[in-house]
Ligand binder design. Sequence first.
Ligand code: ADP
Ligand code: 5GP
Length: 204
Amino acid sequence: MHHRPLKKARPEAATGANRKTGLVFVISAPSGAGKSTLCRAIRDSFPDLQYSISFTTRPPRHGEQNGVDYHFITIPEFEEGIQTDQWAEWARVHGNYYGTSAGFIDCSLAAGRDIVLDIDIEGTRQILKRHPDSITIFVMPPSMEVLRQRLETRGTDSSEVIAVRLKNADNEIAQKDLYRHVIINDRLPQAVAELTAIFEKYRL
Ligand code: ADP
Ligand code: 5GP
């Protein structure tokens, strides 16, 4: 009798106490949908989650700290990282470079830490190639009009920057089916509850 070979389970696929490597959570959203607000809200609930701090060539916004919100680096530094394979993924988003340190991800996962990546869709595609079991979450605004209002109310970006981000949002929302979970951030407490439930489901 011919037996099909048993598929070997990938370590990332395991859940619960017996798993050895960490899980990769990826969160994406059109700019202004409320991803940072949601992530801030769940940080306290899951203090052992490791947030990857991305590298970017974008100038810091008022109040942003180097090494906390992002590692702010120059364009030559970023491009050297591309040459030397430092990035687990990288993309040009809204005209700036953004990237995730491969060393950080590999060390955290090997140490059994679960990590959260806040990256765009292009980056998500690259991470899914390296880590196919990543738990991907897309945060949507309730409407484009609300998205525009939130970007204006946040007050961190010029009207030109807001226009670029709104234009990109349409394109990003059209690709949301890449993600395993989609959350609509209409009322914040409900969106926080939905995100919390996703983390609990996989981390139990
Ligand atoms: P992102 O990180 O996705 O770019 P932010 O978290 O900075 O977005 O949110 C954009 C703006 O919208 C902020 O001013 C934030 O306070 C506000 N905001 C976020 N979520 C909600 C919500 N559910 N209802 C109303 N305003 C929100
Ligand atoms: P912001 O400039 O508003 O902080 O981020 C703009 C966009 O860049 C967001 O969609 C955010 O998810 C994305 N981003 C932030 N860090 C990274 C990263 O390391 N890689 C990729 N691919 N996108 C990132």
